[in-house]
Ligand binder design. Structure first.
Ligand SMILES: *Cc1c(COP(=O)(O)O)cnc(C)c1O
Length: 416
């Protein structure tokens, strides 16, 4: 494919204007929006306003006058349409790790009257999800909570095994390494048929994959603010809890912000009604403001549009890669069918780390994932088709000239 044809794709792209809403470095091609979404202009302005005016000048009155106190719900309601959730079921707070702990405990308690104590998850799930279960099991004792791991292909059969004691199915929709997708609707239905509740981790889904959590009858979900939602480093995560569960759960991380009336300062905890019962301590206003502002990107577009462009970008990458024989040693480990993968491509190569470093020197920012995966994330709102062309050019230079074999590309940094 010729560069000229690709530039035409950008000209016809109805989302092209969204790139203007980001503060992107001129010279970088950023294929890492799935690890840390780029800065939006709205977030930059908003954070300055929050720091200089709201915090700097208006000080504590901002909790009321600038509605800081409502921000977890306000941001949650902006995320809700991306999840296919009616109002009152999404709140922005804490990190995924912490939110999983809350939700898993709630789900287990809902199953307390049954014999079910097992949380079923996937062997290669994102580790923090498994650690959350391990912590909960240590606290409650294994008779109340036990982690069971299945590999991706055997989840359904484990779930449908008669007499199993599965209380909760805990899965991540998009595998963080390979990008492979689970069918949320199908697995949720199967879990329910066999008596289990579901908790879905939507870290690599939210903002790029069309979701219909209400229609799919999902019980609980968590997702990330700093990946495709562009909330900034350490931006708060979110919780989705279906309305039908909100009056019958007992969130274990009790704190004053989850109290029915925090400013009553009562010594007795009474959970708030509704989704705010998932709050614990004081929200991080600066960080949440950055996320809230970044969510404005979605005000006038649909996730379906984003998904369409995401697929087009990744398919273009694969087409161009196939045109370069020198790239054959990079083996695709993501599903070849675009409908079966998230907004990323993962390639295996024994020198994946060094290749990733050599690319970075050429201003193409990708991710390495242990032990041998080069992962490219496609943030459709920030990327041009032309960027895909340039990134394949850079990759083919690195491979044909064997630049990645230079020693300096082998030294591992603390964050990879
Ligand atoms: C990035 C990611 C997380 C991050 O969890 P935090 O506690 O918010 O840092 C969790 N789960 C998955 C699947 C992820 O990809």
């Amino acid at each position: 494919m010729k560069l000229q044809q690709i530039i035409e794709l950008d000209k016809c792209d109805s989302l092209a204007r969204k790139r203007e809403e980001f503060e992107l470095p001129e010279d970088k091609i950023y294929l890492d929006g799935n690890s840390l979404g780029p800065l939006t202009k709205k977030s930059a302005l908003r954070v300055r306003e929050v720091i200089e005016q709201q915090w700097g000048q208006d000080l504590i009155s901002s909790w009321n006058s600038h509605r800081w106190i409502d921000l977890p719900c306000v941001a949650g309601e902006k995320i809700a349409p991306l999840l296919g959730a009616e109002p009152g079921q999404v709140i922005c707070c804490d990190s995924i790790s912490i939110n999983l702990y809350k939700l898993l405990a709630c789900a287990l308690q809902k199953q307390a009257k049954s014999e079910r104590n097992i949380i079923l998850s996937q062997q290669d799930n994102f580790p923090t999800d498994l650690y959350a279960v391990e912590g909960l099991a240590q606290l409650t004792g294994e008779t109340s909570c036990e982690l069971m791991l299945a590999d991706e292909t055997s989840i359904s059969s484990v779930l449908t095994n008669p007499g199993n004691r599965i209380a909760v199915l805990l899965l991540t929709q998009v595998n963080f390494r390979t990008g492979k997708l689970h069918d949320i609707q199908q697995l949720t239905e199967l879990a329910h048929q066999h008596g289990a509740l579901v908790v879905w981790d939507l870290a690599h889904s939210t903002g790029v994959l069309p979701l219909r959590l209400d229609d799919w009858n999902v019980d609980f979900a968590v997702g990330c603010g700093y990946k495709y939602l562009n909330g900034g480093p350490g931006a708060p995560a979110f919780i989705y809890a279906a309305k039908r569960h909100l009056s019958s759960i007992n969130q274990p991380l009790k704190g004053w912000m989850g109290h029915r009336d925090p400013f009553e300062f009562s010594s007795r905890y009474q959970a708030a009604d509704g989704i705010t019962q998932f709050l614990c301590g004081t929200p991080s206003i600066i960080s949440m403001s950055a996320l809230d502002a970044a969510l404005e990107l979605y005000a006038d577009i649909s996730v379906d549009q984003v998904r369409t462009k995401s697929i087009a970008l990744s398919e273009l990458f694969l087409t161009l890669k196939d045109e370069h024989e020198c790239l054959a040693s990079l083996v695709l480990v993501s599903p070849r069918r675009s409908s079966l993968r998230g907004s990323q491509l993962a390639f295996e190569h024994t020198s994946a780390y060094a290749i990733c470093q050599a690319l970075a020197e050429r201003q193409v920012v990708a991710d390495f994932r242990h032990p041998n995966i080069l992962r490219l994330g496609f943030s459709p709102l920030a990327l041009r088709y032309e960027d895909i062309w340039k990134s394949v050019q850079a990759l083919s230079e690195v491979m044909t000239q064997q630049i990645y074999l230079e020693d300096r590309f082998k030294r591992r940094a603390r964050v990879t």
